[in-house]
Design a protein around this ligand. Structure first.
Ligand code: MLT
Length: 413
């Protein structure tokens, strides 16, 4: 018999989420300030959102994609859920050419960005698995696992059941491997939010840990094109043994300005194994997940991606990366001059800055907005170890960055 209580029920794991998603909260406070201070110019160095226009090669690629859709001879509807094979080949070629990493075309899954992939990837793993995250971390890793029921309730600024790997000044913002056994380990390098980049040795330790514990590393490489130091690894597959224990997620957002276009990819090696998965199994699970729940990235966006990975496209995008990194230099100089301790921002587009006198992150956020009219991102929004820090994004237009910096110099007390 149908009970009254058999009504549709919500996924009440959502109720465990302790706060709203970080960036909407930053936007809400900014809007409130703006409304009560009409006419005041606000300089946004908060969310890592690209600002420069797409390059000529990319625009040409996108136009080609549109033109193809306008002609019955070249029109395409649904494509392969895994992505256009020309693009998958180019991505494999990029790994080989730039980093000497061999990846098969059918290990690459093109997507609509790194954010959905980093949120969805957990769904192919056991729901009772234990996860470890860098602390601070991009909030999607934690929140997606909370929603999936892989954690207990919130306890202050952490969730029961998650292993937090503190990243702080003492360890150069890269953690040691967990002391206990976990199943999934999230690593982001170059790191969002700290801007720290893991060395090959540091990644090797995690690869050894994962292989010894039959854990899987979810490696977020979305900011890889910001690494200029030739000794630092761009891909986890530069480390011996990583193909057996790591999935790599990547994006066109920050390397080619596709934040609004939406395009990314994940590498799920056929050699990857887990406790109950022999080689090939996890690759086929992700294929099953994507073919069931995703209809492939936009064909127009993929034409843009093909253009972005051409020699000319890569060269043009490098100029944009250099521009953002010059922003990072300008911001760093100002903050150091103002007496702040600044980290990151050298091989990453984010600066990670310590507040003064132990001021709390959100208090500093409010102070910066009130006094200098500059929006930053409070470090505590990325995890408990982010408390007492703030993140500054270098993705602005130069004029805006220069004005922001001037305002900090003149007005921040
Ligand atoms: C950020 O500001 O952390 C990023 O823009 C978020 C994202 O890439 O989704």
């Amino acid at each position: 018999m149908r009970r009254r209580s058999a009504m549709a029920r919500i996924n009440n794991n959502y109720d465990k989420l302790s706060t709203g998603y970080l960036f909407p909260e930053v936007a809400r406070r900014t809007k409130a300030f703006s409304e009560s201070n009409p006419g005041v110019d606000i300089y946004k160095l908060g969310i890592g959102n690209t600002t420069l226009p797409l390059t000529p090669s990319v625009i040409e690629g996108l136009r080609k994609g549109v033109d193809k859709l306008a002609d019955i001879k070249t029109y395409t509807g649904y494509g392969d859920e895994q992505g256009d094979s020309r693009l998958r080949k180019m991505i494999a070629g990029l790994y080989l050419r730039k980093y000497n990493v061999k990846i098969e075309e059918n290990e690459i899954f093109v997507s609509d960005g790194a954010k959905p992939d980093s949120a969805n990837i957990q769904s192919i793993f056991g729901s009772d698995g234990k996860i470890a995250v860098q602390d601070p971390a991009y909030p999607v890793y934690v929140d997606s696992n909370v929603i999936a029921g892989r954690t207990g309730p919130a306890e202050g600024s952490t969730y029961k059941g998650i292993v937090y790997m503190p990243c702080n000044e003492q360890n150069g913002f890269f953690p040691s491997v967990p002391r206990e056994k976990v199943d999934l380990v999230y690593i982001c390098s170059p790191n969002n939010p700290t801007g720290a980049v893991a060395t090959k040795e540091q990644l090797s330790d995690f690869v050894d840990y994962a292989r010894n514990n039959r854990a899987v590393i979810i490696f977020d490489a979305a900011y890889w094109s910001y690494i200029s130091d030739p000794d630092l690894p761009r891909s986890i597959y530069e480390v011996e043994g990583a193909r057996e224990c790591a999935i790599e997620i990547n994006s066109f957002s920050k390397s080619s300005g596709f934040t609004g276009v939406r395009l990314g990819w994940s590498v799920v090696p056929k050699t990857l194994v887990a406790e109950d998965a022999s080689p090939g199994k996890i690759n086929s699970l992700w294929n099953r997940r994507q073919t069931t729940m995703f209809n492939g990235a936009s064909n127009i966006a993929q034409e843009g991606g093909i253009a972005a990975l051409s020699d000319k496209g890569l060269e043009e995008n490098q100029a944009i990366i250099d521009y953002y990194m010059e922003n990072a230099r300008i911001i760093r100089e100002c903050l150091i001059e103002k007496g702040f301790k600044v980290f990151g921002g050298k091989n990453a587009p984010y600066l990670w800055v310590k507040t003064k006198d132990g001021m709390k992150s959100w208090d500093f956020f409010d102070k910066m907005l009130r006094e200098a009219h500059v929006v930053v991102t409070p470090g505590s929004g990325f995890g408990p170890s982010g408390e007492g820090y703030f993140r500054v994004s270098a993705f602005g237009v130069r004029d805006n960055v220069v004005k922001a910096v001037q305002s900090i110099r003149d007005n921040l007390k």
